[in-house]
Design a protein around this ligand. Structure first.
Ligand code: DLZ
Length: 205
């Protein structure tokens, strides 16, 4: 067994979970690989495709706000007995990410009506790639985003999986996104963490 990583992954059933993936668009090719890895792990754990909502924002700095609003909107949605006439709630049933459009078409209206959950998200995965430049921008964004994501998960009581890569080079990010031969995609770990924490959150409620 390798020293690094989350250890042996428990075999968990995520079929009753609803998970959001929020990602930045900066460094899009690397982001796409990470989002695909997260989605793959979610589906492998049984999370239904129609219960995986993917939304994008411009950069990592926007992630905490997006996670907070998305979670709040999913709470609104769950308390509205019918989603008709509630644009915010209805919008949450579909993904709006550019990455998502490439990897998986949104569910058809009939699938949505029959299978998609409308409960608050059980976990949210926040994904961004920060690559250090020549100025202090990297440090400020990395610090603000990390602190913001921690604050949102504690304030909202929803697990926020930390999918923020903070690296020195593009190469380092590609390795962590599983884009180089033999490298492991960290997005898969984030998907598995979302399922584990989503289930634990229900037990710990
Ligand atoms: C401005 C900026 C810079 C320099 N670098 C990155 C980056 O490597 N990764 C990333 O996700 N976002 C970056 N951004 C954009 C900020 O996160 C943010 O979108 C803008 O400052 C607007 O608030």
């Amino acid at each position: 067994m390798s020293l690094k990583g989350p250890g042996e992954a428990p075999n968990l059933d995520g079929s009753g979970l609803r998970v959001a993936v929020v990602h930045a668009r900066w460094n899009t090719p690397i982001i796409s690989a990470l989002v695909a890895g997260a989605r793959k792990a979610l589906v492998q754990s049984g999370v239904k495709r129609e219960n995986i909502i993917v939304q994008d924002v411009p950069g990592s700095y926007e992630l905490p706000y997006a996670v907070q609003r998305l979670y709040a909107a999913s709470q609104v949605q769950s308390t509205v007995s019918t989603n008709a006439g509630n644009p915010l709630a209805t919008d949450l049933l579909t993904s709006t990410s550019v990455t998502d459009l490439h990897t998986a078409p949104p569910p058809t209206p009939s699938t949505r009506a029959t299978e998609a959950l409308t409960s608050p998200f059980d976990a949210i995965i926040a994904i961004g790639v920060l690559i250090k430049g020549e100025t202090m921008h990297f440090e400020y964004i990395a610090d603000a985003t990390s602190q913001g994501l921690m604050r949102v998960q504690l304030d909202c009581g929803v697990p926020v999986v930390f999918g923020l890569l903070t690296v020195l080079t593009e190469e380092q990010a590609m390795v962590r996104a599983g884009m180089n031969d033999g490298s492991h995609c960290h997005g898969e770990d984030w998907g598995a963490a979302a399922v584990e924490l989503g289930l634990k959150r229900r037990r710990w409620a």
